[in-house]
Design a protein around this ligand. Sequence first.
Ligand code: ZN
Length: 121
Amino acid sequence: MSKSKMQRIELGTFYDVDLYCPFCGQRVVSNGADGSEPGWTPCPHTVFTASDEGFDYRSNEFNAFFGLSDDDDVDVEELGFDHIDAMTDAFEAVDGVKFAQYVPAPGGLGGYVGFAPKYDE
Ligand SMILES: [Zn+2]
């Protein structure tokens, strides 16, 4: 079991679909189309949820990888990355998967969610 960069899945047309964790099936990204509150609801496999504007959630594993603590505000450029997309690309996990949702121009915003499987402790 060696860690490597997360496998990327990009959504550029269906950027606003709900996303479900591939490992437990929980809906983690909701667009609110069914009347629920739009937003992110991390499951135990969620490593991060973020947009280009910042992080909404970071797991302990993610924080540890970058030497961050829970309540740190992340300055992506200070950590040596051009943007959050590149920073989340750099995270390494065993069999991790990252979904990138790119809202086309003029919105132009990206949404990022990472998952990694783990066995129950
Ligand atoms: Zn899950």
